[in-house]
Design a protein around this ligand. Structure first.
Ligand code: IVH
Length: 674
């Protein structure tokens, strides 16, 4: 991969991962499986490791898990929380046991006892007890660093607060989950109260546990099942089975379906029994977990990558059914992507009625030869959106489906970039499907950072017809009187909002340009473009012209893909009008390249704890102006840590590593003097 390709790929990954973060954390409506998400994050990390100078300001590695949960403190796990290797067939399970045998060099007659238990579809949680008392509860996070959910965990039934007879240090690990019935009832309540409706019990459990206010968690019906342990001051037993017995006798809930099996045949028989019981279980499971029973063997087997060699998840097969594809509809997403959705004659698949499937993209429809009216076989695996796996009537002579060449929402042309499967609407700011999302992006913290204009408010203003494009934000003052008459708005909140808008006049043009949401234009590219053109007007004039693409491609840091996207955006007359309007009202400053050469150039600074006199973003911007880089975590490469009150693990780590630590005032002095 060339460097330009890597930069391009990193840009796409940043966008994609940010979008999935929002879907998962903010909306609890994931579109991809955890494994697919992990693969994206891994790809990003690998590319960043190979090209450290291409690490983006909006890099997902700085954000993964962190961004959506800034409210929860991070904690390092004493022992990493691992994941499991997956198997989908009996053969793979037998191969797992054979591998264990080979690894341990066991004679043929030596039995390998296994434990087998349901794989609960919840979120893992580590409970640390010291002297029998709960001192810390943490989510898995990335396996090394999780989130502190101690007060929340205390509200969960079945989580012991004080035990007698426990080892001095006992970390119990297990799954926090919500029963199917509790989930259904919660959603009814949420709907009635206008709250968030959750996609499935797992997301409901995650959303309920990861709350800043433990009172909210307390009101949610969460449960816990223990399945393992982390740090221990003394061993629990010499086998997995006996250790689990010990946890049970200490008072931790253990699955009724936990079994010790003499060998692989017995384990597979137990798998069949669990699969049979699955539909009647009060909670969702997605497979069976096997573990080598002897703990001395577990010790010897150790880990590969992030999964133990001594455990295996035997997943249930995806469930399938046949039905009719009645209609193909096109949805237009935030970035203008046209996603085909199949409307089905509703059919039951593994206990769930399915009436919609994702058809992914134009190529997928062509590959399957799908047309409206076809009989199809669909599949539903875990919490992934159902999909079509086979077209059962593809030989019947009928016209193929014609994928639209225009956006069904705004009528603008819809095109696929070269080498891309996704077809996108080019309507940009005028496309209603993209409007709300684009406005949200425009006011977001990394862009114009306008306080008081949240998602709900934007939706409200769009519905009122006050906001069509970003320029209208600067006209909100015209609606002051009307707004004061609306429910939920008081003199003070209206004034605050209007003042927040006012302060963004004459603002940073790079953030304004980034805020326009042009494909592939992140904050770094926006700065690169302005470094060359000076103003958004000049950029627009150049980009929209005949030689636009060539001229843009010659900008340092801008490749052909970005150039084309910028050209396309400014070529569209509606976008030009909108931007001109916006510039008249917002009058951004001329761009001044802000990095200076100081003794801090190239240094890595970490901000931790709560800062009193400035926001995180501001602190980061200050570091950047000094030519330094604001990093997310402390390592031996960190040059300086700025710690505010409440600083925790990062501060500790800095002290351990002997990294210089200063307070906010001293930082302010450095900034002032540099
Ligand atoms: S054992 C080192 N047992 O599945 C072993 N995990 O896909 C790690 N899970 O992160 C966990 N039920 O959150 C184990 N009975 C069970 C489980 C289970 C659910 C989750 C766990 C883990 C994930 C791995």
């Amino acid at each position: 991969m060339s460097e330009a390709e890597a930069a391009n790929r990193l840009m796409r990954l940043a966008r994609e991962i940010a979008r999935h973060n929002r879907l998962y954390h903010d909306r609890d409506e994931p579109e991809i499986s955890d494994a697919e998400y992990d693969a994206l994050v891994r790809e990003n990390a690998e590319l960043e490791a190979r090209y450290p100078h291409l690490v983006r300001q909006d890099s997902p590695s700085a954000v993964v898990g962190a961004a959506p949960t800034t409210a929860l403190a991070k904690v390092a796990h004493a022992k990493p929380m691992l994941s499991l290797e997956n198997a989908f067939s009996k053969d793979e399970v037998r191969e797992f046991v054979a591998r264990v045998r080979r690894f341990l060099n066991l004679p043929e007659e030596e039995p390998v006892a296994l434990t087998a238990e349901p794989k609960i579809d919840g979120l893992s949680c580590s409970l640390r007890l010291e002297g029998g008392g709960l001192v810390l509860a943490a989510t898995r996070g990335d396996g090394t660093i999780g989130e502190d959910v101690t007060p929340n965990a205390r509200t969960i039934g079945g989580i012991a607060q004080q035990l007698t007879g426990a080892p001095a240090v006992l970390e119990v690990r297990g799954e926090v989950y919500m029963s199917k019935a509790d989930f259904a009832a919660l959603n009814v309540r949420q709907e009635e109260s206008g709250g968030k409706v959750f996609a499935n019990p797992r997301n409901a459990a995650a959303g309920s546990l990861r709350q800043k206010d433990p009172a909210i968690t307390a009101a949610r019906p969460l449960r816990f099942l223990a399945h393992g342990w982390g740090e221990l001051s003394e061993p629990l037993a010499s086998t997995q089975g006996a250790a689990v017995d010990r946890l049970r006798s200490l008072g931790f809930p253990i699955s009724d379906l936990f079994r010790r099996c003499e060998g692989v045949d017995e384990a597979l028989a137990h798998y069949a029994a669990i699969e049979h019981a699955r539909a009647d279980l009060p909670f969702d499971i997605d497979g069976v977990v096997y573990k080598v029973d002897r703990l001395d063997w577990q010790e010897r087997l150790g880990f590969v990558a992030r999964a133990p060699r001594w455990a295996l998840a035997h997943k249930f097969p995806a469930e399938r059914a046949e039905t009719t594809l009645e209609r193909i509809e096109i949805q237009v997403g935030r970035t203008g992507k046209l996603t085909p959705v199949g409307r089905l004659t509703p059919v039951g698949v593994g206990g769930v009625i399915v009436s919609n499937v994702t058809l992914h993209n134009r190529d997928e429809i062509a590959r399957l030869g799908l047309r409206e009216g076809d009989r199809v076989r669909i599949q539903r695996a875990g919490d992934v959106i159902p999909q079509v796996v086979e077209n059962l009537t593809r030989d019947e002579p009928r016209e193929p489906y014609a994928f639209p060449g225009h956006c069904p929402q705004c009528g603008s042309e819809a095109v696929a970039e070269e080498g891309e499967v996704d077809v996108r609407c080019t309507g940009g700011l005028i496309c209603p499907a993209q409007r709300i999302e684009r406005l949200k992006h425009f006011v977001s913290r990394g862009a114009m950072d306008i306080d008081g204009l949240g998602e709900k408010t934007i939706e409200e203003f769009v519905a009122l017809g006050w906001l069509h494009g970003p320029a209208d934000i600067f006209r909100l003052a015209e609606h002051r009187a009307e707004l004061l008459g609306r429910e939920g708005w008081k003199e003070k909140s209206v004034d605050n909002l209007l003042a927040a808008v006012e302060t963004k006049k004459g603002f940073d043009p790079a953030r304004l340009l980034f805020g326009l949401g042009i494909r592939h234009v992140g904050i770094v590219t926006a700065k690169d473009l302005l470094k060359c053109f000076g103003t958004v007007e000049a950029l627009q004039a150049a980009a929209a012209g005949e030689q636009g693409i060539a001229e843009l491609s010659s900008v340092e840091g801008v490749g052909p893909v970005v150039a084309e996207a910028v050209h396309d955006f400014f070529h569209e007359p509606h976008n030009r009008e909108q931007v001109a309007d916006l510039l008249t009202l917002a009058r951004p400053a001329a761009y001044v390249s802000q990095a200076r050469n100081t003794e801090w150039t190239g240094k890595a600074v970490v901000f931790t704890g709560s800062l009193q006199t400035m926001s995180r973003d501001e602190a980061k911007a200050q570091a950047e102006r000094l030519g330094a880089r604001a990093a997310g975590s402390v390592s031996a490469k960190t040059d300086l840590v700025v710690a505010g009150p409440g600083a925790g693990s990062k501060l500790k780590k800095a002290e351990e590593l002997g990294v210089r630590v200063i307070g906010e005032e001293e930082w302010a002095r450095i900034v002032a003097e540099a």
